[in-house]
Design a protein around this ligand. Sequence first.
Ligand code: PEP
Length: 255
Amino acid sequence: MNKSLRKTVIAGNWKMNKTPSQTTELINEIKPLVSNADCDVVVCVPFTGLQAAIEATRGSNISVGAQNCHWEKSGAFTGEISAEMLKEVGVKYVIIGHSERRTYFGDTDVTVAKRTRAALDAGLTVILCVGEYLEQREQGITNELVAIQTKIALQGVTQEELKRIIIAYEPVWAIGTGRTATARQADEACSAIRSTIESLYGKAAADGITIQYGGSMNAANAAELLAMPNVDGGLIGGASLKARDFAAIVDAASK
Ligand code: PEP
């Protein structure tokens, strides 16, 4: 498995943290620390911070992402934001199907597929999250589960569009808990996702797709996780809110 065939992407998921002014402040702290990164660096900030993030990252090697989008272009969907709206403000990436959206806000595999379609149509790159609950891991169905989540989300996605898909394997039991998957567990699930891509799109597509691990990745455990053959980066929650920790993960990915 040749990792050089694909991009390594380190993306911060800031969740519901940071006001616009705090966004500018944190990005200004991160910028000099990651300027020599040998991987793609993304910060996914709350909607209200997007404009500030886009201004603060201008001319740098950091791209900006959002954390969700609606599947319709416009209309009577109070409180929602469309993919087109994100595109017009300069957003490049959008996280779709994060487990917090699935758990607290009713996202399902079907709505994840609809959001993915809308994001691709708007020209965004999708960070598609899949992952199992602890009970599902204990039942031994992790690989089947991430495979089916991936298949449903990618229904109708063309080979060409797949180039704008990153998959984040995020075991739900590891998110925000301080409990990380072992490097072997992470690699095994990422490998199951890669096999699913191969069955749908062929070997070249499977070799080329970026599959991240997410779930309590931090400065101390990043190197081991990122060294695994099927782990091509990370989606980072808590540790992305501290400039030095986030930069240390970017450093680990750049080696
Ligand atoms: C996440 O929000 O996607 C995540 C992985 O969070 P944390 O790193 O805090 O577990």
